[in-house]
Design a protein around this ligand. Structure first.
Ligand SMILES: [Zn+2]
Length: 285
C-alpha cells in the first residue's frame, strides 16, 4: 500500500501507548521501521538506520482509510493546521533537512536549486525563508509551469536551461558562483553542473537521486575546496520545525497543492502530478 505523506486522527491508540489518545490530530514521520539499537537510532538519527523501512515501501502506507503507525512516528498538530496542509509535512521536512540542517545558508547567500520538482521547489522556499538572495531555480522547457510556481514561492530568478546558459545567468547575479548549489533534479548528470556553479569554498548538496550512472568531472570539488553533501530523509526536530512553518503558512502550501480528491480519484491525482499540471495532489480517504 503506497502513501508516506499523511495526516489524520488517532482512531485507536494501541495498548501501552501513553503519549497519544483516540481523537488526537497528528502527522506521521516515514520511518515505519528502524532497529532502535544502532548508533544512528541511539543518537536520534534513525532516518539513517541501515534497517530503516518506510511507509509505502515494504510497510503498508496511508492510501487507505486506516494505517497502523508506531507512536514514535507521530507528531501532534495544532487545530489551526488543516489535514490537507499538514500532510505536506514530509516533503517539507526533506527540503528543510537538505537546506537548513545539512547545508548552511546565511542571509544574502546566493543559492541555486537545480530541478523544480516538488522537492526542488520546497528547497527554494526554504532558501528564501533562510534569507538567501539571490535564489535561482533551474529547470527545462517542460518545467515551465513549475518555474512559474518557483517565482511565486520567492525565487529571484528562474532559468530554462534549454534556452539560457545557466552559468552566465548565475555569474551575472553572483560573480563567484553560488554559495550553495542544491541538486534536487532526481538525476545524476546535473551534479557536474552543480560542481561548476558553486563558488570557491562553497557547498553542493545533493537531495535528488536516481540509479543512473554518469561520468562527472569531480575536479572542481578539490580545486574549489567545495563541500559535497548528501541529504536523506529527516528526523524529529525537523518535523517539529516544519509543522510550525506550515501552521504559520510560511511555506505557502497553497502554491503546492493543486488538486484535492477522494481516494478513488487517485488516477487523475497521480496523472496531474506526472503531467506537471499540479505540484502535489492530496487524497482524502
Ligand atoms: Zn538503527
Amino acid at each position: 500500500m503506497l502513501g508516506h505523506e499523511f495526516a489524520g486522527t488517532v482512531a485507536r491508540a494501541g495498548r501501552g501507548v501513553k503519549a497519544f489518545s483516540d481523537g488526537d490530530r497528528v502527522v506521521s514521520e516515514t520511518a515505519a521501521e528502524v532497529c532502535g539499537d544502532c548508533l544512528l537510532c541511539r543518537t536520534g538519527r534513525y532516518n539513517l538506520c541501515p534497517k530503516r523501512k518506510g511507509f509505502g515501501y515494504g510497510i503498508d502506507g496511508a492510501m487507505a482509510s486506516y494505517v497502523k503507525v508506531p507512536a514514535r512516528c507521530l507528531h501532534r498538530i495544532p487545530d489551526t493546521l488543516p489535514f490537507e496542509v499538514a500532510c505536506l509535512a514530509e516533503p517539507h521536512a526533506v527540503a528543510y533537512n537538505a537546506m537548513c540542517v545539512n547545508s548552511t545558508i546565511r542571509p544574502g547567500d546566493a543559492v541555486i536549486v537545480l530541478g523544480p520538482g516538488p522537492i526542488g521547489l520546497l528547497c527554494a522556499r526554504m532558501a528564501v525563508l533562510a534569507g538567501a538572495d539571490p535564489v535561482i531555480v533551474v529547470g527545462l522547457s517542460s518545467d515551465a509551469a513549475r518555474l512559474e510556481t518557483a517565482t511565486r514561492l520567492g525565487a529571484t530568478r528562474v532559468v530554462n536551461a534549454e534556452r539560457e546558459n545557466v552559468e552566465d545567468v548565475v555569474r551575472g547575479l553572483s560573480a563567484l558562483g553560488g554559495d550553495l548549489v542544491c541538486d534536487a533534479s532526481g538525476a545524476s548528470r546535473p551534479l557536474d553542473l552543480a560542481l561548476r556553479l558553486a563558488r570557491p569554498d562553497g557547498q553542493v548538496t545533493k537531495v535528488g537521486w536516481s540509479p543512473d550512472l554518469v561520468a562527472v568531472d569531480i575536479n572542481p570539488l578539490v580545486q574549489k575546496n567545495l563541500r559535497l553533501q548528501g541529504s536523506f530523509s529527516h528526523s524529529f526536530p525537523t518535523w517539529e520545525r516544519v509543522i510550525h512553518l506550515l501552521d504559520r503558512r510560511l511555506t505557502r502550501p497553497d502554491e503546492i497543492v493543486g488538486l484535492t480528491s477522494p481516494l478513488d480519484g487517485w488516477r487523475e491525482a497521480f496523472e496531474a502530478m506526472h503531467a506537471g499540471r499540479v505540484i502535489k495532489s492530496v487524497l482524502i480517504p
